[in-house]
Design a protein around this ligand. Structure first.
Ligand code: 13P
Ligand code: SF4
Length: 305
């Protein structure tokens, strides 16, 4: 990476009073230039407490939208406006309203990987780091409509005993590619490695893992673990922060093809251009943002920020 590009970004970042937030799946050079890297929960918390006037969000759009909703006084810009999330696009408000009408007593828990309009129709938001805790917080609810990820919803339903789950049938195409046979093959090759997978994986894949964790959870777990080798069942970008935080441990991808194309759309040039042009700003209509904020704030207050 040309030094001058890094230097230009650093200089402009200061001038604009901007902070750069990057998800753990971003390209290594983008993670390295960021002020903060983390999982969806960590990024939301960081966005809610930053003092910077501008947030440059390197991730996918639902993450930037979430930051814009919880930081109404700030300018949130994305280097690549076309970085969406196919899972988030698998549900729409009309379908969610139909489901709510069919199950009027159910509470709606939406995974953060969803549009602002879906969050606006939900009782509480969650991430993969805190989903069980968020469902548990709905003490009186006997039925939970969980959207849009059927695999995360299923995983949480196995951990929360007293509630019936109605699962929307969405999924992450990147995590769905990681099959049990990939885990088995990786275990044969690395018999001493612990297997960590993301809860967006299929139940059959999760069943073969030692731990199902958010990306931030994986980083914490590996640091504490006495293990020296890990098979990592998530988007392959995750190997970079794991290796960076634990340089003497070894990491193997469960599937090298587990790549999220949207997460790879952001690069250093686009980060620089976004700061130069202050574009593209993410704006959520006030009426939707005000309702979506309730679901996100509930999550942040239950998880103690
Ligand atoms: P976390 O980093 O919150 O675990 O989420 C993974 C993901 O797929 C984000 O799109
Ligand atoms: Fe969406 Fe999956 Fe990509 Fe995450 S990894 S942004 S859930 S498509």
């Amino acid at each position: 990476m040309a030094e001058s590009l890094v230097a230009k970004i650093q200089k402009l970042k200061k001038e604009r009073n901007a902070v750069i937030l990057a998800h753990n799946y971003q390209l290594p050079e983008v993670q390295d230039i960021a002020d903060y890297t983390g999982d969806s929960l960590g990024l939301s918390i960081e966005a809610s407490k930053t003092r910077a006037e501008v947030i440059v969000f390197c991730g996918v759009n639902f993450m930037a939208e979430t930051a814009a909703i919880i930081s109404p006084g700030k300018k949130v810009i994305v280097p690549e406006i076309n970085a969406g999330c196919p899972m988030a696009d698998m549900i729409n408000v009309e379908k969610l309203k139909e489901l709510k009408n069919k199950h009027p007593k159910a509470k709606v828990v939406c995974y953060v990987n969803s549009g602002a309009d879906i969050k606006a129709e939900s009782d509480i938001c969650c991430t993969s780091a805190n989903a069980a805790e968020m469902v548990d917080s709905l003490k009186d609810a006997k039925e939970i409509i969980f959207v849009p990820d059927k695999f995360l919803g299923h995983y949480i339903s196995t951990r929360v005993k007293d509630k019936k789950f109605i699962l929307w049938q969405g999924f992450c195409p990147t995590h769905a590619k990681i099959l049990p046979e990939h885990i088995k093959a990786a275990k044969e090759e690395h018999p001493d490695a612990e297997v960590l997978v993301h809860p967006e994986c299929r139940p059959e894949t999760i069943a073969l893992a030692d731990q199902a964790l958010s990306t931030g959870g994986m980083l914490k777990y590996v640091k504490k673990s006495g293990g020296k080798e890990f098979i990592v069942g998530t988007e392959v970008g995750m190997l970079y922060p794991l290796q960076k935080e634990s340089p003497v441990k070894r990491f193997y991808p469960a599937l090298e093809q587990a790549i999220c194309p949207n997460m790879k759309m952001t690069n250093m040039e686009k980060v620089l251009w976004s700061l130069e042009d202050m574009k593209t700003e993410v704006q959520v209509p006030k009426e939707i943002a005000d309702r979506a904020r309730l679901a996100i704030d509930r999550m942040l207050s239950v998880s103690g920020r």
